[in-house]
Design a protein around this ligand. Structure first.
Ligand SMILES: [Zn+2]
Length: 377
């Protein structure tokens, strides 16, 4: 102890975050995400942590499972992060260069969630420098495709959550540093419509417009939104047809649904899958269902939140929680182990060209992660 004890250093951590932000890693570009994985792997290996690289599949990048050099094989703390972002390669050189202006650092994925993921690495590095260990082993899982719903990592996430005592998710903090203790369930559907083409001038009456049918279906789908029950149904993408002078033979829509709990989820999935065509000559093909189950605040999650609140009070700030409509990998783990989400950096404007973190949140949030690790047993 004494004056020479290493401290969590904001400049060092921000430099590390910057290095990760400058490796652009859009979900759909597996090679780019793998370059990010290379950097994470190297940095953790340098701390003496074991890093297992899980090969990507279906066109996605690799996942990484980092295990702390201490703590053994028993139940531990699972830290959950994603390496992918929604920003295409070139965003950094174009609309969203890394830069720091006062308390704000900008960059693609800096808030969602390279900043938060890096806090956990900084916490482990700090423990190594201090020569300290936590009672429970720390396992830090980095997945490559969270932004598209974790289709290839879900099984790894669930396997690791089942052998964890606690799950800490490094998604961004919200609304002035709040953590997340509940999330809505997320459903995804694809709707395809097959009509009958015809010349729009000569044989219009022979056609069966898939687009006309789609227009009615969109209104019905959107009408399923019920804010009072916490249900939203959003037709976010749609299209069809081939030319203005042809009756549209085909059309499609992609639908996002949010629900507060599994019961309402089942009810709404059944409703969407039961859609019927108004025009008997147009065929509807609907596929999809719940992608992420609802994440409900259990008594164990409340207890974990209270532990985090106590840690934050010791650091010198008040920690509050909220429920959000946005899904995360925490939705997969909340029913398997007590899960606390939103432990990443504070900031705003995720997924936009204004994405930013608050530099002043870096050290307190790193301390919160570290303090939680040390408080949990
Ligand atoms: Zn995220």
């Amino acid at each position: 102890m004494g004056g020479n004890e290493p401290k969590l250093d904001v400049d060092e951590i921000l430099a590390g975050i910057r290095a990760w932000v400058e490796i652009e890693s859009p979900t759909q570009d597996a090679a780019a995400v793998n370059r990010m994985a290379d950097a994470v792997q190297a940095e953790y290996a340098a701390l003496g942590a074991a890093v297992e690289r899980i090969a990507g599949r279906d066109g996605f990048g690799d996942h990484l499972l980092v295990t702390s050099p201490w703590g053994g094989d028993g139940p531990g703390i699972l830290v959950l992060s994603h390496m992918d972002t929604v920003h295409d390669v070139g965003t950094l050189a174009g609309p969203l260069p890394f830069r720091v202006e006062g308390d704000i650092a900008y960059g693609p994925g800096i808030y969602d969630m390279k900043g938060g993921a890096y806090l956990a690495l900084a916490a482990m590095r700090h423990l190594r420098r201090l020569g300290r260990e936590t009672a429970l082993p720390i396992r830090h899982l980095f997945v490559s495709e969270e932004e598209v719903g974790s289709p290839t990592s879900r099984e790894v996430i669930e396997r690791e959550a089942k052998r964890a005592k606690y799950v800490l998710v490094t998604e961004p903090a919200r609304e002035g540093g709040k953590v997340v203790t509940a999330r809505k369930g997320v459903g995804r559907f694809e709707l395809k419509l097959i009509g009958r083409p015809a010349h729009s001038g000569a044989r219009h009456q022979d056609g069966r417009s898939a687009l006309k049918e789609l227009a009615r279906q969109i209104l019905d789908l959107e009408a399923m939104t019920d804010y009072a029950r916490g249900v939203t149904v959003n037709v976010g993408l749609a299209g069809g047809g081939s030319r203005a002078n042809v009756v549209a033979a085909e059309a499609f829509a992609e639908i996002d649904m949010r629900v507060p709990n599994p019961e309402i989820g089942d009810e709404m999935v059944a409703k969407v899958l039961a859609l019927k065509a108004y025009d008997p000559d147009v065929k509807l093909v609907i596929s999809g269902g719940m992608n992420r189950p609802g994440y409900e605040k259990s008594a164990e999650i409340e207890a974990l939140f209270q532990t985090a609140r106590g840690v934050a009070a010791g650091i010198g700030f008040e920690l509050n929680d909220l429920k959000t409509g946005g899904g995360s990998d925490g939705n997969f783990t909340a029913s398997l182990a007590p899960t606390l989400d939103g432990l990443g950096v504070d900031g705003k404007a995720a997924h936009t060209h204004d994405e930013q973190l608050y530099v002043s949140s870096i050290v307190p949030r790193a301390k919160l992660m570290l303090g939680l690790w040390e408080a949990l047993s």
